[in-house]
Design a protein around this ligand. Sequence first.
Ligand SMILES: [Ca+2]
Length: 226
Amino acid sequence: MFTIATVGVLVGMLGACGGGGGGASGGTTATGGTGTSNGFGGSNSTGNKPPSISGNPPSAILQGTEYVFVPKVSDPDGDRLTFWVTGLPSWASFSSSTGRIKGTPDLGDLGSITGIRIGVTDGAANVYLSPFSIDVVATALGSATLSWESPTQRADGSPLMNLAGFKIYWGMDPDGLSNSMTIANPGLTSFMIEQLVPARWYFVATAFDTEGLESSFSNIASKMIL
Ligand SMILES: [Ca+2]
């Protein structure tokens, strides 16, 4: 597996530029979500099973940048789910079909909004994500330097002759990294991510070749920005 580290903690590495390719979007293997808080629903006489909801909403956002959070949900019965929210910041919009919170606060929105709560129902049972807050900050001076060793082999052990670059994914939710950047430079072995607000940040990287095949995700590196 291709590995990265925040600076000072370089992890030894096994090369890989995955033969399988693809798979850029989406989550990583990572720590679990915030868990499910049961509402007043629960199983009932019709045998309905309640949906589950989880996720780690980013707790801070730099003004002028986009905030996005989508909770992870499932329903054992495959029921259609409907979402609602209370305490939504005025700068954000909410999707009742996906539970997504999205918006870009500006300088007039500085400060913390607390007690935001997302709920979901399958029509019979209601469950909620734990209440959370979003702090809009004016500046973000944090940075993290990632380092890695260039992979020389593909996942199947064959030589990697056409490495083209790296992709970095990062965010506050290790299970839904919302930022990404493509580095079209196969010679680079470190990169600094800037403008990080105070929070614990998570980073993964992939390598890709000239044909666009992308490796599987590296390990997750993390750094606490104070
Ligand atoms: Ca159900």
